[in-house]
Design a protein. Structure first.
Length: 102
């Protein structure tokens, strides 16, 4: 709850400060951040991080596939144990009915 409150307060403060600064200040901030983001040194670091992230994802993909398939198998086995097929249910119902007739 405290985190949500801080988020709302932060958004409200940002809105008020942004409204007071006006469009000119917004454009100036946008221009400066654009220059920063376009800097070759920043882009070089971004590419390094992207490369490491891609390599990490490639390394971990088989583990993720195994984890997900094991989880799916567990869920399927639990569901199949807890529910009977419609044919089994109707056969069981027929057996119950014939037993009660006797």
């Amino acid at each position: 709850m405290r985190g949500k409150l801080l988020l709302v307060v932060g958004l409200a403060a940002g809105y008020v400060l942004g409204a007071k600064a006006g469009r000119g200040r917004y454009d100036a901030i946008k221009r400066v951040t654009g220059k920063f983001w376009g800097d070759p040194r920043v882009q070089r670091q971004v590419q390094n991080v992207e490369g490491r992230a891609k390599e990490f994802a490639k390394d971990k993909a088989p583990e993720v596939v195994d984890f997900l398939s094991d989880g799916a198998k567990k869920i399927v086995s639990k569901v199949s144990r807890s529910k009977s097929t419609p044919a089994t249910r109707s056969a069981t119902a027929a057996e119950s009915a014939s037993a009660s007739d006797k």
